[in-house]
Design a protein. Structure first.
Length: 252
């Protein structure tokens, strides 16, 4: 199925049967990517009287309970409710699910204190046109399969200079996706400056802007423009496990 889209006065086409899933699968146990000391994902078989929810164990169906921490157990999309005292949920904020997206690959800058930071100027060097689409996807180098099961807790992973998400907000970027556990430093004393900059907190919150963390963009996907389909579940929390799909865009 081929569709046509316009961006920056150019016409593109996308094949909706040619999507690439850049989310990380959520499985039971410690094989998942993990951050912020989240407990491992648990699939618990339901048992009631003579009923057992496991075909392998003789039951008629598989029937399990899932225990998950959205912010720590895999690819997830969050809204500004992540930092608000009121109950703002991702379902209230993410109302649109298709975006023109630009994939940008960057190398974090090593600092004297050992931190690795993705800086605004480094990002700008990677883009050809500052007329940005609604979604930006940041892939960091090095990029290998270890990212799919990495346990980030206590490792001080790379993060964004707050000036970068602030600039993206000024450019009206609504969706920011990255292959890191957070846009902010793992331990920053509760500042969360990059989150606040992207959502324009505490001033006028950007209620339709979302951040998606812990994606994985394989190396065969080249930097450039894509159609993004960002899927979440109908979960009334500030964040939801999510499934971003990329469709290559070709000029017509």
């Amino acid at each position: 199925m081929i569709i046509q889209l316009a961006f920056n006065n150019k016409l593109y086409k996308a094949d909706l049967q040619n999507g690439v899933d850049i989310s990380l699968p959520i499985q039971e146990g410690a094989q998942n990517v993990n951050c912020y000391y989240a407990e491992p994902v648990v699939f618990q078989t339901i048992e009631m009287g003579s009923f057992v929810g496991s075909v392998q164990r003789g039951g008629s169906v598989n029937y399990q309970k899932l225990s998950i921490t959205p912010h720590g157990n895999g690819t997830h999309t969050e809204c500004y409710g992540h930092l608000e005292a009121t109950s703002i949920t991702i379902n209230q904020c993410l109302k649109k699910f298709h975006f023109i997206a630009q994939l940008v690959t960057v190398i974090p800058d090593k600092q004297n204190n050992g931190d690795n930071i993705i800086k605004l100027e480094s990002f700008k060097e990677k883009i050809k046109n500052e007329n940005l689409p609604e979604a930006i996807i940041i892939r960091t180098l090095p990029n290998d399969d270890a990212k799919t099961t990495l346990h980030y807790s206590g490792t001080n992973p790379s993060y964004l200079e707050p000036a970068l998400p602030k600039w993206l907000a000024e450019k009206n970027v609504k969706q920011l996706l990255l292959d890191l556990p957070s846009v902010d430093k793992e331990i920053d004393g509760g500042l969360l400056a990059a989150h606040r900059a992207f959502w324009n907190l505490p001033y006028q919150p950007r209620t339709d802007a979302c951040i998606t963390e812990l994606v994985f963009v394989p190396n065969f996907i080249q930097d450039g423009l894509y159609l993004l389909n960002l899927q979440i579940i109908s979960l009334e929390m500030d964040a939801s496990p999510s499934k971003p799909i990329l469709y290559p865009l070709d000029l017509l």
